[in-house]
Write a protein that binds this ligand. Structure first.
Ligand code: ADP
Ligand code: MG
Length: 410
């Protein structure tokens, strides 16, 4: 589960990570009020969406023909991105009004962008250096990994691609945790010197504790800044939690923002279905994660692309099967559906009935291939063949894949 920057900062603050004061708002007036509480005379207004690259993003509403003409002439377009400096309360209001209710397009949002519903107003900071820090689980080494680079700021992806040596890595022993010596080593590696080292160590240890105690899968601080006064601060924060551990973090679960999530994935979660939306056009309904993976593999081997991963689970009933079917057909990219079920605990006749009920409910406008094998497979096939539905039966996985790929004309 992902959360917004302002929420991540709320969490990190509890772990003693040094941050600037700030407040979230959903209206321009609220933004001015938040700026008043923060105090000072310079603020940064930040669009809150579950995507990075906001600073260099553009609001769809502001990118009109004249902006494009300006850009072509090498001049700045009037839009100033999703992170803006404000030198007065009026400018705070203006920036918040320019962001709220508008669609922000960044490198990470795709062309359709994301609607900004909340802004975060933070004190402006006198940045000396912008560094990069991220923490994640390195599965191949079974350890938490800190990655840091002096080339922080807005283009870390390019650094990773073109000069991977500029990224320093430190693996953490799970028994001893992040040692003070390791934190100091990281700080030195980042060119931090003098009194700022202690501040960096405090930040790194706070981040480590937050990562472990909140069951994170990723924390990214980009930029991690050193100020002119030697403070070390997390200026941006991305935090992702391991979904499998959310049951023990009810407080963090409250941070969930369903607006940011794929509606089909939310619906699937309600029905206990493992569903991941993908880019292809063949919808798959399969039971068992392994069978789902091999079904996707064979579709690819046959030269086509799966539209989703969907595991209905071992003990799905008719209602779950119907829900799965509805979710698959709600994806406009789906040009054909492959149902591939191995009846073990789950009986093939139940699947057949679920498919029929779903087709009656939502209709069927694309070819449907069904392969049933295992418990009550014959009964299931009989149920399907006794309907007037246009279903293409298949006996083996290979036959099923060939049939659906041919049917969608891929
Ligand atoms: P994103 O990564 O989505 O572009 P950031 O929060 O990293 O958004 O902000 C982009 C840039 O804006 C930062 O690299 C930094 O230079 C500047 N910035 C962000 N917050 C502040 C702040 N509070 N004070 C001064 N500059 C800031
Ligand atoms: Mg950033």
């Amino acid at each position: 589960m992902k959360i917004h920057e302002y929420q991540a900062k709320e969490v990190l603050r509890r772990f003693g990570v040094p941050l600037l004061a700030g407040g979230a708002a959903t209206t321009p007036d609220g933004a001015v009020e938040a700026a008043g509480k923060v105090g000072g005379s310079i603020w940064v207004v930040k669009s809150q969406i579950h995507a990075g690259g906001r600073g260099k993003g553009r609001f769809v509403e502001e990118v009109d023909a004249s902006a494009i003409a300006l850009a072509a002439a090498g001049k700045d377009a009037p839009g100033k991105g999703g992170v803006r400096l404000a030198r007065s309360l009026d400018e705070v209001r203006e920036s918040a009004a320019a962001m709220l209710g508008k669609t922000l397009v960044t490198k990470q949002t795709g062309d359709e962008g994301k609607l900004v519903r909340t802004v975060y107003v933070e004190g402006g900071c006198d940045i000396d250096r912008e560094l990069y820090l991220s923490v994640l689980l390195d599965r191949s080494n079974h350890r938490i990994l800190f990655m840091a680079s002096e080339a922080g700021g807005m283009d870390i992806e390019e650094v990773a691609e073109h000069s991977p040596d500029a990224i320093k890595k430190v693996w953490i022993n799970p028994v001893t945790g992040l040692g003070g010596w390791q934190a100091r080593q990281l700080a030195f590696g980042l060119g931090i010197r003098g009194g700022a080292v202690r501040n960096a160590v405090k930040l790194l240890q706070g981040i480590y504790r937050a990562y472990v105690e909140c069951d994170c899968s990723m924390i990214e601080i980009n930029p991690l800044v050193v100020t002119k006064g030697g403070d070390v601060l997390a200026l941006d924060a991305k935090m992702t939690f391991d979904d499998n551990a959310m049951f023990r973090h009810k407080d963090l679960a409250e941070y969930r923002d369903e607006h940011e999530e794929d509606p089909a994935e939310i619906e699937a979660a309600k029905w206990n279905l493992s569903y991941v939306n993908l880019d292809g056009n063949i919808g798959c309904m399969v039971n068992g994660a392994g069978l789902a993976m091999s079904t996707m593999d064979i579709i690819k081997m046959k030269g086509a692309e799966p539209a989703n991963f969907l595991d209905v689970g071992g003990g799905a009933g008719k209602d779950q099967v119907s829900a799965a079917f509805r979710i698959i057909t709600s994806d406009p990219n789906v040009k054909g559906i492959l149902v591939n079920i191995f009846g073990g605990i789950m009986k093939c006749d139940v699947i057949a009935e679920g498919v029929i009920a779903a087709v009656h409910e939502v209709g069927l406008s694309v070819p449907l291939v069904v392969r049933l094998s295992g418990t009550n497979a014959d009964l299931g096939k009989e149920i399907l063949s006794n309907t007037d539905l246009d279903i293409i039966p298949a006996s083996t996985l290979e036959e099923a894949a060939d049939a659906i790929v041919k049917a969608v004309g891929a």
